[in-house]
Design a binder for this molecule. Structure first.
Ligand code: MLT
Length: 411
C-alpha cells in the first residue's frame, strides 16, 4: 500500500467553501421550502459580456476548419493575449511589463497555490490573518507549515494580523521571512492598499531579500484613482514581486477560466550556496512541465475583454457589483454593524454580534436564509467577523439586506 503525503493529514478538515456548501445543502434538505440567498462564496452571477462570447464562438468556428484548427498552444499563453495584457493592464498605467513576463493560466487560485513549489521547504512564509485559505493550505500540503494548534494556526507560518486596530493593513513582520502573500483589494476584508503601504512592503522586501506574492485578482473593483492596481506601480517591485491576476471577477470568467501571473525577469531567488537564481525560467519550467495552457477559444475570449466594447461591457458589470456592495454596506451600517470594504472591493467584512462566526453563520442561514462566509474560515483573526459577497443578483442583495435587518441580531 502506498504511503501518503502525511502533510495532507495536518490540513483543517475541509476546504472552507465546500464546508459551507455542505451546511447549506443540509439546511435545504430539512427546509425544502426555504428560499436561500447566497452571498457566501465570491462567485459571479452576471452573464459574460457579449463581445467575449462572440470572440469565443468565432474561435470555436476556427477550430472547425482544418486550415485554422489548433492543437496544443504555448503553455504560457498565446502572444496575442500576452501582448494585450501587457498593453492594457500595465503600459496603460505606466508600468513596463513585457509579454514574455506574463504567464496565462486557468486561475489565480491554481497559480497562488502552485507558486510555492519554487521555494525551498525551509522557506519561512508569511501570510496575513484573515487570509484566502489557498495560500495556507498549499503550504501545508507542501510540508512547509508545521503543526496546527487549537486555533488552527501552523507553527512554521508567520501570521500578520489584519485587525480593526491597524485598519486591516498588517504591520511588517518582526521575524525573518522569505516570502509573503499580500492580496489587495483584500479577500476577505475588502480593504485596499494605498501606495504608501505597498511602498513600505516593497522597500522591506528589497532590504530583507523577501519575495512578495501579490494577489490582485480584485483590482478591477478599484475606483479610487489614488490606489495602485498593480504592485509593479511601486518602484523596485520588479526585483521583489510576482503578481497574480484573473479574468474571473473582472470579466465573469469563474466558469470559463482564464488568469495570468507576472514573473518579472529581474526577480531573483537564491540557491543553496547563496548564488542568485532567476525565478522566471523556473516558473516557465514548471508551467511547461505541468500545464498545457488555456484553450484557444478562452484566450480569444479574454483578449476580447480589451476591445473598447469589451471594456465598456466589463465596466458595466463591475459597476453593478459595486452598487450591490454599496447597498450591502448601507444595510449593514443601518443595522449598526461595524463594516469594512465594499467600496473599492466586492467583499464586505463586518463584526458579528456574537463571538463565534460559525454560530452567526448558522443564525443568518436559519433565520434569514442568507448564506454568508464565517470569518473564522479565513484564519484565527477572522473569528468574530463575517464576510458578505457583492457578486449576487440585485434583487437578491436587496432582499437579503431586508431580511438581515428584520431579524434579531443573534439567536
Ligand atoms: C472567495 O469566495 O473567496 C472566492 O470565490 C474564492 C476564489 O476565487 O477562489
Amino acid at each position: 500500500m502506498a504511503t501518503i503525503n502525511s502533510h495532507y493529514l495536518t490540513l483543517a478538515s475541509g476546504y472552507l467553501f465546500p464546508e459551507i456548501g455542505r451546511r447549506v445543502a443540509q439546511y435545504r434538505e430539512q427546509n425544502p421550502q426555504a428560499r436561500i440567498i447566497r452571498l457566501g462564496i465570491g462567485d459571479v452571477t452576471r452573464p459574460l459580456p457579449q463581445v467575449v462570447v462572440d470572440a469565443a464562438k468565432a474561435a470555436f468556428d476556427e477550430m472547425a476548419l482544418a486550415s485554422s484548427f489548433k492543437g496544443y498552444g504555448p503553455e504560457q499563453g498565446y502572444t496575442f493575449l500576452r501582448e494585450a495584457i501587457a498593453v492594457n493592464e500595465y503600459a496603460s498605467r505606466g508600468v513596463a511589463i513585457t509579454p514574455d513576463e506574463i504567464f496565462v493560466s486557468d486561475g489565480a487560485k491554481c497559480d497562488t497555490g502552485n507558486i510555492q513549489e519554487l521555494f525551498d521547504a525551509r522557506c519561512r512564509i508569511a501570510i496575513t490573518d484573515p487570509v484566502y485559505p489557498v495560500y495556507v493550505d498549499s503550504q501545508v500540503m507542501a510540508g512547509r507549515a508545521g503543526e496546527r494548534d487549537q486555533a488552527g494556526r501552523y507553527d512554521q507560518l508567520v501570521y500578520l494580523p489584519a485587525l480593526p486596530e491597524n485598519g486591516f493593513l498588517p504591520e511588517l513582520p518582526a521575524k525573518k521571512i522569505d516570502v509573503v502573500y499580500l492580496c489587495f483589494p483584500n479577500n476577505p476584508t475588502g480593504v485596499v492598499a494605498p501606495l504608501s503601504y505597498l511602498k513600505m512592503w516593497v522597500d522591506f522586501a528589497l532590504q530583507n531579500d523577501v519575495i512578495i506574492l501579490f494577489d490582485a485578482a480584485y483590482e478591477a473593483f478599484i475606483t479610487d484613482q489614488t490606489i495602485p492596481h498593480s504592485i509593479f506601480e511601486i518602484e523596485g517591485a520588479k526585483n521583489c514581486a510576482i503578481e497574480f491576476r484573473s479574468f474571473s471577477k473582472k470579466a465573469g470568467f469563474t466558469g470559463t477560466r482564464c488568469a495570468f501571473t507576472v514573473v518579472p525577469k529581474d526577480l531573483m531567488g537564491r540557491d543553496g550556496e547563496g548564488h542568485e537564481v532567476p525565478i522566471h525560467p523556473l516558473w516557465l519550467r514548471r508551467q511547461t512541465t505541468k500545464f498545457n495552457g488555456v484553450s484557444y477559444p478562452v484566450q480569444r475570449a479574454a483578449e476580447a475583454c480589451y476591445t473598447p466594447e469589451g471594456q465598456r461591457q466589463i465596466q458595466e458589470t463591475i459597476n453593478y457589483y459595486l452598487e450591490n456592495a454599496r447597498l450591502i454596506r448601507q444595510g449593514l451600517l443601518k443595522c449598526g454593524f461595524s463594516v469594512s470594504g465594499g467600496v473599492n472591493a466586492p467583499y464586505l467584512w463586518f463584526k458579528a454580534p456574537v463571538a463565534s462566526s460559525w454560530d452567526y453563520f448558522n443564525h443568518l442561514l436559519h433565520t434569514a436564509n442568507v448564506v454568508t462566509t464565517p470569518g473564522a474560515g479565513f484564519g484565527a483573526c477572522g473569528e468574530g467577523f463575517m464576510r458578505l459577497s457583492a457578486f449576487g443578483d440585485r434583487a437578491d442583495v436587496e432582499e437579503a439586506m431586508e431580511r438581515i435587518s428584520g431579524i434579531p441580531a443573534s439567536g
